[in-house]
Design a binder for this molecule. Structure first.
Ligand code: ZN
Length: 604
């Protein structure tokens, strides 16, 4: 942990380590100039779009002009937003860019509000008109956009019913807001003692670090304190989660879906079988996870493996360090299996076009991300410190950035936003390529063991853990739909059984873990977490083929990246040769997990 005093000021960082946001607008003045052209000072703020209101059904030509106007403004808004948000993140305390950021955020909100009539007006077209319009050559570039909007028709209600639903949405968000206030602000966890008897403050942030500590006393104390606190509010937490599930049920019934799961998956055209076959495939392979728990117990040398031992490092004294330069080189080298074109775009982006903001500086936003828009470079924010995790993060974000780059260069603006369901495929894929190269390169058996272990942990946390969450989420929604009582006691029971099934006999059961659901914010996201599990599964099974030198697999994968958001997610993955409606990709991913465990056992 570095103290804030060790962190440099932004102006003292070497220029070539900073991202080139000026490629977007050379300075604030030119940004402000463009901002001034973006909206009119009084209503309608976007007259170029407002003038089409009530006219979309006139002719394909009119609809085309309206769509052009809408997309042109949205694209400009993205560009203005990107500049302000990147500059704001460079130094979050800077008042100038804080102001610029707030300005564009409120304009973006205004834009959304003022064009909110647009999709409903498309949906209100009668079937005959829509069928006619969709075949018109003028609307060819917007065919998929229109299809996506129009498929909501059977679940769209009359105008006054829609108004009523919109009115209810504020009140229905109370559960998730109250959860977030309780979890982020009101709950306090106090202090915990480490193995040396020193007191350390326990927060959500430090909890993660403490559970990864080699100090078992600290791990146990942090774990017990965290869950004791949640046990103290389990009735409230149970009611809040119940309220959220009721909200999903209400919306799905109002919109005439057969279940909340269907309501969540329908807009993206994801078949329910994707969700069910994920759970089914992971369940069938749970013995693999059980076996890993046995190995973990043996390797840690403990007589009882507790839940607070699940993140403890198996090789506590091991770390691989790299300078940023070395990391950049190895990330670029690792993408060689994707071909020369892919590799040279990334190399040019990182080395010449300065996509990456490399190091921490005072008041810079923490963490890492890939961002940007249709008219900008794909920018990467890093806080690079030099440990192996950072190198993987760089590879991960570069994967997102290349996906954006290829999508933006091959698709129109309206078809360029790739859906969340496929986003983590491109990033995880590049982590796989990096892991493969590092393993190929190393001659040190201990280093190899460390790399193998990192990969095992990644798959465990992303594939197994998120599927367990997905199963819990499904179960509580089904119970609610069937009118079964959903008390905290019942939630704990379900959670206990899930933990028993997933972790197997090597892990001790304790009453603390039963209340874990109470602290997971993702249960308020409406069937979100399963996408982490499907994403890593697709990435593992694809990267395995590409690494093995399968040229068709590589070309198909590149087609998928270039397709951006021009198809529904399941069809995008079909381009890459993956059928997510079958359990096959998940089974293949767990086969990778199995072979890693085997290798870990052989090496120890
Ligand atoms: Zn990501």
């Amino acid at each position: 942990v570095t103290s804030l005093l060790d962190v440099k000021l932004r102006k003292d960082q070497p220029k070539n380590s900073l991202w080139n946001v000026e490629a977007l607008y050379p300075n604030l003045e030119s940004w402000q100039k463009e901002l001034a052209t973006f909206s009119a000072p009084s209503k309608p703020h976007f007259p170029q779009i407002a003038k089409f209101k009530g006219r979309l059904a006139e002719s394909p030509q009119v609809l085309r002009e309206a769509l052009d106007a809408l997309n042109e403004s949205a694209r400009q808004c993205d560009k203005l937003y990107t500049f302000a948000h990147l500059k704001h993140d460079e130094e979050t305390t800077d008042d100038t860019y804080k102001g610029a950021y707030q300005k564009i955020m409120s304009l973006a909100y205004l834009f959304g509000e003022e064009v909110s009539w647009f999709d409903p007006e498309i949906i209100s077209l009668d079937q005959k008109t829509f069928d006619l319009f969709i075949k018109a050559p003028e609307l060819e570039p917007y065919r998929f956009y229109l299809e996506k909007a129009y498929r909501q028709k059977p679940h769209t209600l009359s105008e006054d019913q829609e108004e009523l639903l919109a009115l209810s949405s504020q009140a229905l968000s109370t559960s998730s807001k109250a959860f977030s206030s309780l979890n982020n602000s009101d709950l306090e966890f106090g202090e915990v003692e480490n193995g040396k008897g020193e007191l350390q403050p326990l927060t959500h942030g430090s909890y993660g670090l403490f559970l990864r500590s080699p100090d078992r006393v600290l791990r146990r104390n942090a774990y017990e304190k965290m869950y004791t606190t949640f046990q103290g509010v389990e009735n409230t937490m149970g009611d809040l989660l119940y309220g959220q599930v009721q909200k999903h049920l209400f919306n799905s019934k109002a919109r005439k879906y057969s279940s909340p799961l269907e309501a969540a998956l329908f807009p993206k055209n994801i078949p329910l079988s994707v969700y069910h076959s994920l759970i089914q495939a992971v369940r069938a392979k749970l013995p693999s996870l059980h076996r890993y728990m046995e190995i973990r117990k043996k390797q840690l040398g403990v007589s009882e493996l507790h839940h607070y031992d699940l993140y403890a490092p198996l090789l506590p004294d091991m770390e691989i360090n790299m300078s940023y330069q070395e990391a950049e080189d190895v990330v670029i080298e690792s993408v060689a299996p994707l071909g020369k074109e892919y590799q040279s775009i990334l190399a040019k982006g990182m080395r010449e076009e300065r996509w990456v903001d490399q190091f921490e500086n005072k008041h810079k936003r923490s963490g890492a991300y890939s961002s940007g828009c249709y008219d900008s470079h794909p920018y990467i924010l890093m806080n690079y410190k030099g440990i192996l995790r950072d190198v993987f993060t760089l590879a991960h974000e570069a994967g997102h950035s290349m996906h954006s780059y290829l999508s933006h260069h091959n698709q129109s603006y309206q078809d360029s936003h790739y859906p969340i369901f496929v986003a983590e495929v491109a990033s995880t894929f590049n982590e796989e390529l990096l892991g493969h190269l590092l393993m190929e390169r190393t001659t040190d058996p201990k280093e190899r063991l460390f790399l193998v272990n990192e990969k095992i942990e990644d798959i465990r946390a992303t594939l197994f853990r998120q599927t367990m969450f997905a199963e819990f989420e499904l179960k509580i929604h089904e119970m609610c739909q069937q009118g079964e009582p959903l008390t905290p006691a019942r939630m704990k029971e379900i959670y206990k059984e899930l933990n028993r099934d997933y972790f197997g006999p090597a892990v001790c059961e304790d009453p603390f873990i039963e209340v874990e659901w109470a602290r997971i914010p993702h249960f308020y996201y409406n069937f979100y977490v399963y996408q982490y599990a499907t994403g890593i599964s697709a990435a593992l099974s694809l990267s395995k083929k590409v690494i093995s030198g399968d040229e068709k697999a590589r070309d198909d994968y590149l087609k998928f990246l270039k397709a951006g958001g021009s198809l529904f997610p399941i069809d995008l993955l079909k381009l890459a040769g993956i059928d997510m409606t079958s359990p096959q990709p998940v089974i293949e991913a767990i086969d990778v997990f199995d072979s890693l465990i085997q290798e870990f056992e052989n090496l120890t």
